[in-house]
Design a protein around this ligand. Structure first.
Ligand code: AMP
Length: 459
């Protein structure tokens, strides 16, 4: 079923999900299902196999986790030792951990047993975990095969298989291991395969694994990362404060959020900006509720031009017209990066993100590049004034990560062409559709035919 033209706004409560799940979604602040959720959940609740063309950031994890949890709620049984009722295969450790967290979050009132099996850590605790039996096992293929080969763990009782980011699995050389794993699963099962793109190897895998699958695809959704003009400055930690003052003095900076990692950092940065004559307020967990409300109100009304915030304090801040976001320090996770920069360029507006990266933060930058599938070249401070549009911003390049996905350099170095309005960036995608994004921030989306508003994640 290809139904990206659906314009009905469904509510989670319309999807037939158990009350326990609705409560968890409510607690997480999810108001409406995203397009992939709206399309996939009803099909999955009917027990159909599914081929999902969707990228991270579209809400695909909840699209599969919710119906799976619903199934566990409807048919509660303790998993037998050395078995898992649900198996999710993911290409990377980070994604595996993220998926497991999502199951725990959405299943917080059910408390399923959820385990992660990934490489790079010792086998022993993993064996013990598998020995107890799991409701949901999230694994990377290599390490799972080790366990299947040497331990007593079996997949004979697995009811549901999810293969996430299949095209990324292909990039990492996991197709053969996946086929070996699939061969150990019962024929009678529900199978879901998600992929942002559909190279022929994945189409072949889908054909072999899925039984009369429903097909859902999310409308091409340009990502925040595509719409926000992103600049990264390589700058010494000690020089960041002055650079920030310089950046915030730009005439076009009418409403900016500066993110810092710590509360103390937020205070220090705010004091420095204040001393330099920039109208600023800080919000973080040590401020009283009334201080926070006052600061936010001033920011919303335009009395304060710059808001300095920690990630947690910035949760749920929904202010239109943020022209600039500054990462005073790079965030620990790419997800937080996408989140942060998604505070600007809302509702089709444009926005700029400046990241101040010192040498020690280059690793974090690489992770962001990989996750957001773009190259973030350093903007040269001397030759380019990033406050003016003529500085060349980093742009989304769907090919970059493909090439570099398995390598540590994340495809760096391939400086991209500047993006012009209307330029096609999606030549390799199936049907010429652009996949949707990341997460992340899971808050982002231009108006590109997608009927659904951008969802914003509470965190
Ligand atoms: P995913 O594409 O699964 O990586 O999800 C992207 C992000 O969106 C995750 O951080 C989710 O927490 C968040 N998210 C997923 N579905 C919704 C929704 N319906 N409303 C708000 N946030 C959501």
């Amino acid at each position: 079923m290809r139904s990206y033209e659906r314009h009905l706004v469904t509510k989670f409560s319309d999807l037939g999900l158990a009350e326990m799940l609705l409560r968890a979604l409510d607690r997480e602040g999810y108001e409406t299902p995203t397009s992939i959720q709206d399309q996939a959940i009803p099909l999955l609740m009917q027990g159909r196999d599914l081929l999902g063309i969707a990228q991270t950031g579209t809400g695909k994890t909840a699209a599969f986790a919710l119906p799976i949890l619903n199934r566990l709620i409807a048919d509660r049984q303790r998993p037998a030792p050395f078995t898992a009722r649900v198996l999710v295969l993911a290409p990377t450790r980070e994604l595996a951990a993220q998926i497991a967290d999502s199951f725990r979050t959405y299943g917080q009132f059910l408390r399923p047993s959820v385990g992660v099996i990934v490489g790079g850590v010792s086998h022993r605790p993993q064996n013990d975990m598998l020995a107890r039996g799991l409701d949901v096992l999230v694994a990377t293929p290599g390490r799972l095969l080790d366990h299947l080969g040497s331990g007593r763990f079996k997949l004979a009782a697995t009811e549901v298989l999810v293969l996430d980011e299949a095209d990324h699995m292909l990039d990492l050389g996991f197709i053969v291991p996946i086929r070996q794993i699939v061969a150990k699963l019962p024929k009678q099962r529900q199978t879901l395969l998600f992929s942002a793109t559909m190279p022929k190897e994945i189409a072949g895998l889908a054909q072999d694994m899925l039984n009369n699958p429903a097909e859902v695809s999310v409308a091409p959704t340009a990502t925040t990362a595509e719409r926000v003009e992103q600049h990264v400055f390589l700058v010494d930690g000690a020089a960041k404060r002055d650079m920030l003052v310089e950046l915030m003095s730009g005439a076009d900076v009418s409403r900016a959020i500066v993110f810092t990692r710590t509360k103390r950092g937020a205070d220090r940065v705010a004091q420095h900006l204040d001393a330099a004559g920039v109208g600023v307020e800080a919000i973080h967990g040590n401020k009283s509720q009334s201080q926070r409300i006052r600061a936010l109100d001033g920011f919303r009304r335009g009395r304060t031009r710059v808001l300095v915030a920690t990630d947690i304090a910035a949760r749920g801040i929904d202010v239109d017209g943020v022209t600039h976001v500054v990462n005073y320090e790079l965030p620990e996770t790419p997800e937080a990066y996408v989140h942060r920069i998604g505070r600007t360029a809302r509702a089709g507006a444009s926005g700029r993100a400046f990241s101040l990266c010192d040498n020690g933060e280059r690793g974090l930058l690489r992770q962001i590049e990989k996750a957001t599938r773009q190259t973030l070249a350093f903007t040269d401070r001397r030759s380019a004034d990033a406050r003016n549009a003529d500085a060349e911003p980093a742009r989304h390049n769907p090919r970059a990560p493909r090439a570099g996905a398995a390598k540590d350099d994340g495809g760096r170095g391939a400086q991209q062409r500047p993006h012009r309005e209307g330029q096609q960036l999606d030549g390799h995608r199936p049907g010429g559709k652009r996949p949707a994004r990341a997460a992340q921030g899971r808050k982002r989306r231009p108006f590109n035919g997608e009927s659904r508003p951008q969802f914003s994640r509470p965190g």
